[in-house]
Design a protein around this ligand. Structure first.
Ligand code: URA
Length: 222
């Protein structure tokens, strides 16, 4: 259980006890068999990634790895492509212009950035911000899959082609499959446009499509 959830649960428990109730229903298993919390497991995975990722342990000119950010027990997970210049400089995903747009999308769903989890397929910035190569994704991508396994989100939103193709193991481009529900290991996955694409194509049509996608997401969240 996350520290914040734990505090809230304890507060509820104290109030309930006063009223004669001495248990709380638990909706999600948040510890594994060894009792490690999702936060601890993610921290361990981050260390393992930084020590052993076949791609990110190579010197490709990046400043630091960008592992992921947000709630380790999140119901909703967003997956992007790779860190850009701003993310490379500060170590957090989606903090540049695309990140501001993603924040607005998250707010439109009625959530905050702290309530969701945000990660990328590639954890280090590709040289000149180029699109990640398939070999790079194959090397680093398994760490993303382990993140998903730990977080166990109820819904995944893939942002743009590289994330969608990797998670859904498909060759179909984003324009073909955006807005169509699919699944990864029984987790519902909704591909939508990358916020950077949305910024470059800020038309009523594209904005409307993303908004329709987010309404789908809202309807699927518990
Ligand atoms: N674009 C991405 O795909 N990920 C980031 O973290 C930032 C921009």
């Amino acid at each position: 259980m996350c520290a914040m959830d734990y505090e809230i649960a304890q507060r509820h428990l104290r109030t309930n006890k006063l009223m004669g109730v001495d248990f709380l229903p638990v909706s999600k298993v948040e510890t594994n068999v060894t009792g490690s919390s999702q936060q601890e497991l993610l921290e361990q995975l981050q260390i393992e990634h930084n020590d052993s990722c076949p791609h990110c342990t190579q010197e490709t000119g990046y400043t630091q790895t960008v592992f992921g950010a947000g709630n380790p027990c999140a119901s909703l997970m967003f997956i992007g492509e790779a860190p850009g210049a701003e993310e490379d400089a500060c170590g957090e995903p989606f903090v540049g212009a695309a990140g501001q747009k993603l924040n607005e999308i998250i707010q439109a769903i009625g959530l905050t950035r702290e309530e969701v989890y945000i990660a990328n397929v590639l954890k280090s910035r590709p040289p000149q911000n180029r699109t990640p190569l398939p070999t790079e994704i194959q090397a680093c991508g398994p760490y993303l899959k382990k993140q998903i396994e730990i977080i166990q989100p109820d819904v995944i939103v893939t942002l743009g082609s590289p994330a969608t193709k990797y998670i859904l193991d498909t060759d179909q481009g984003i324009t073909k499959i955006r807005g169509l529900w699919n699944s990864y290991n029984d987790i519902p996955v909704l591909p939508t446009y990358h916020p950077a694409y949305l910024l470059r194509n800020y038309t009523t049509e594209v904005r409307g499509q993303v908004w329709v996608d987010m309404q789908e997401v809202i309807s699927k969240l518990p």
